[in-house]
Design a binder for this molecule. Sequence first.
Ligand code: AP5
Ligand code: MG
Length: 190
Amino acid sequence: MLNIVLFGPPGAGKGTQSQNLIQQYNLIHLSTGDILRGEITNGTPLGLEAKKLMDEGLLVPDEVVIGMISNKLDQNKDAKGFIFDGFPRTVAQAEALDQLLVSKSEAISAMIALEVEEEELGKRLLLRGKDSGRPDDQDPEIIKKRVHEYTTKTAPVANFYKSQGKFYSVHGLGTIENIFSDIKAVVEKL
Ligand code: AP5
Ligand code: MG
């Protein structure tokens, strides 16, 4: 199985490059942000709880997203592999993911980190916020909070995969096609 953690700050291009990866390698896309927004659209109790935190640019509790990922892994037993997009976002989530995969005799193949500087992230998200309808894309202060959550809680997850020899960095600035070529170059060598 090919199991890739696509990593990077808000607006780095995780969702965009996930679409390319799932097409190229026939993988299942697991984006915790997309799953949570689906819960909000459906008005579920989980969605209502998560919305308060997401609109503030804060992470939702680990146990909520770990439970969601566990369900999705169980629902896709025949998958050729998974792209984890926006998960794991804390070291506790990374540890839980390893355990879930071990219980299925599987493992993460690689973490691919998209590196993009903060000024560019803000520009991309505010631009998308004009018509995305995502409340967390509208306000520069909320975007700053998302980046702060990333820096303090999520960035350390890179060390978790570095210590396993699974960390790869890709520069996330430039055309979507060129960035995807760099990502493919990493995947082809795994
Ligand atoms: P989530 O939905 O994961 O959002 P995010 O990571 O903050 O950021 P984005 O999804 O906006 O960015 P992206 O890297 O996918 O970039 P994209 O391809 O869209 O999380 C939202 C919230 O949910 C969190 O704040 C948290 O509350 C909660 N949450 C989710 N997962 C969680 C977890 N595991 N634990 C706890 N809480 C969790 O691109 C962005 C824009 O840039 C787009 O408009 C795109 O068209 C454009 N773009 C892409 N590539 C390029 C390029 N090369 N050049 C120019 N523009 C580009
Ligand atoms: Mg995304």
